[in-house]
Design a protein around this ligand. Structure first.
Ligand SMILES: Nc1ncnc2c1ncn2[C@@H]1O[C@H](COP(=O)(O)OP(=O)(O)OP(=O)(O)O)[C@@H](O)[C@H]1O
Length: 260
């Protein structure tokens, strides 16, 4: 596989919940070393899409392809095994346990019948050294960490499995400006290290500073996919609000600041 071949693709994905159509004919691809931002208004279908890509839901129609091969994920562990890791908004950290324990939760090293705590601490130090967000210690319980540091632990945890594809659901939603910046830098570092990244975000300013391409969802469909360098915030806002660029005059648009 060369770097130009998609590592992940969606082909005509549709999803029905009973009579509610959440997704219709969603197609896109994702290459190693790129950040694809997924944006869209509430109810546009972003969460449903990432749940399909991460094995939590089956699509009603269409296919997910990993490295060009169709895959059918029966459960999230199948997506993990295919190299897709997802960091959900709730982070799913165990507050009372330390950073190292959280990083290797469910993947502990053993020495005979015992958990090899020394190795867990050693490996945790190694992993964190590769991340740009610094933590006071791998032995500190995560409830003592800041929001950005908690996000870093959640990201570090999904990196333990060595995924090629990382999906992040609003990783800066609960963070202040500085911490958001650090997390976004971490996301860009992962991209530069060759990971393929899907970044769900409501924040167009952050999308602009981070994404290589932008996929706009509108009422369950793909309204457009744009190269960030060749697009404008105005164009993306129109796609978010109207689903296309033609229906609206700029004067009818809400202030793009509403999405910033
Ligand atoms: N489990 C479900 N059962 C029924 N309808 C659902 C379910 N999950 C999502 N939907 C519907 O599917 C559509 C897409 O929802 P989804 O949560 O994927 O959008 P979203 O873009 O992630 O929105 P938000 O930004 O608010 O999280 C909505 O109309 C929603 O009501």
């Amino acid at each position: 596989m060369t770097d130009d071949e998609p590592i992940l693709a969606a082909a005509g994905i549709g999803k029905l919940f009973g009579h509610v159509r959440a997704l219709r004919d969603v197609s896109f691809d994702l290459r190693p070393g790129e950040i694809l931002a997924v944006v869209g208004d509430n109810g546009a279908g972003k969460s449903t899409l990432i749940k399909i890509l991460s094995g939590a839901y089956d699509p009603t129609e269409g296919q997910v392809l990993v490295r060009g091969r169709p895959v059918a994920f029966g459960k999230p562990a199948d997506a993990t095994a295919a190299g897709i890791a997802t960091v959900y908004q709730d982070l799913a950290l165990v507050d009372t346990r330390d950073v190292a324990a959280n990083l290797f939760l469910g993947r502990e090293f053993h020495k005979g019948p015992f958990v090899d705590r020394r190795r867990i601490y050693r490996e945790a130090e190694k992993l964190l050294a590769t991340l740009t967000i610094k933590l006071p210690s791998v032995r500190v319980p995560v409830y003592l960490l800041s929001g950005g540091q908690r996000q870093a632990v959640a990201i570090g945890r999904v990196l333990v499995g060595g995924p090629d594809i990382v999906i992040m659901d609003e990783p800066t939603a609960a963070l202040g400006v500085q911490e958001s910046e650090r997390v976004l830098r971490l996301v860009r570092d992962l991209r530069d290290a060759g990971k393929a990244i899907i970044l769900i975000s409501h924040n167009l300013q952050q999308v602009w500073r981070t994404a290589d391409r932008i996929l706009v969802m509108h009422l369950g469909t793909v309204a457009g996919i744009r190269e960030r360098q060749h697009s404008t915030v105005d164009e993306i806002v129109k796609l978010i609000v109207y689903g296309n660029e033609d229906d609206a005059t700029t004067s009818g648009l809400p202030d793009s600041g509403a999405y910033a």
